[in-house]
Design a protein around this ligand. Structure first.
Ligand code: APR
Length: 234
């Protein structure tokens, strides 16, 4: 699997105007995560949950990839399977930066998609409200649809891909994540080299475990990160 793993979080898309979760003014300050992003949200608060994701999906239409998305897309184009691009983000900014959806591992789902709650088929509905796609029902089996997002307490099947890539990873790069959900300390401990780029220290990340720590905006750090990858893979 990949020699270089780039694991990103909401901070990667912050400069594109996509809100983070735990920064001040973040999404979880505005919405109750236990209502709109929990395994029982659809049973207990179906309308509110669907409305929450419809709103975030519609906003995506007007968000553009920033310099960091474009540099990472370029690196993936250049180095192919030597780099794994793994993100906790559910936005489509890597895809808008030219990456094929096969080249981006979305650990927590993908906002432009909905999933049938009965047959599990997924459909890309772009930026529209779920109810505007086949009246909110599965075209195949007429089951109820839901956002194709991993809620807290639910299975996250793509984590298997993360651990497969981590096994062979020699350069581990963490960008724009508080580390509150995907633990990064253990991975950093066992890779040859590791880079951490966040705006500021996070209580969930032990930055002394990283070879290179960049507390600055990702759009300012990404060129240095790209240089390290070039040197590592040259
Ligand atoms: N450049 C670099 N880092 C940034 C920037 C930026 N411009 N802006 C914010 N950050 C950093 C912050 O310092 C913070 O460490 O991004 C991180 C954002 O942390 P969170 O809001 O916790 O987002 P994330 O780590 O992606 O959350 C993980 O939690 O709620 C769930 O499923 C959701 O995938 C999400 C997961």
């Amino acid at each position: 699997m990949a020699k270089v793993v780039i694991l990103s979080g909401a901070g990667l898309s912050a400069e594109s105007g996509v809100g983070t979760f735990r920064d001040s003014g973040g999404l979880w300050e505005e919405y109750d995560v236990s209502v709109v992003c929990n395994y029982n949200s659809l049973d207990k608060h179906e309308d509110l949950t669907i409305e929450f994701y419809d709103k975030r999906r519609a906003e995506l239409e007007f968000k553009e990839p920033n310099h960091a998305h474009k540099v990472i897309a370029q690196l993936k184009q250049e180095y192919g399977s030597n780099i794994a691009v793994i993100t906790q983000n559910v936005d489509n900014l890597f895809e808008k930066a030219g990456m094929s959806s096969a080249d981006v591992i979305h650990l927590h789902g993908f906002m432009p998609e909905v999933r049938c709650r009965s047959c599990e088929r997924t459909y890309d509905i772009g930026y529209k409200n779920q109810s505007k796609f086949h009246e909110g029902l599965c075209p195949e089996c007429s089951g109820k649809l839901r956002p194709n997002i991993v809620f807290f307490g639910e299975q996250a099947p793509m984590y298997e891909k993360l651990s497969e890539h981590i096994n062979d990873c020699e350069l581990f790069i963490v960008i724009g994540t508080s580390g509150e959900v995907v633990g990064v300390n253990t991975i950093a401990q066992f890779t040859t080299r590791s880079i951490l780029n966040n705006l500021e220290p996070s209580s969930a990340i032990e930055d002394t475990l990283f070879s290179n720590v960049l507390y600055m905006k990702v759009t300012e750090a990404i060129d240095e990160i790209a240089n390290e990858i070039d040197e590592f893979l040259a």
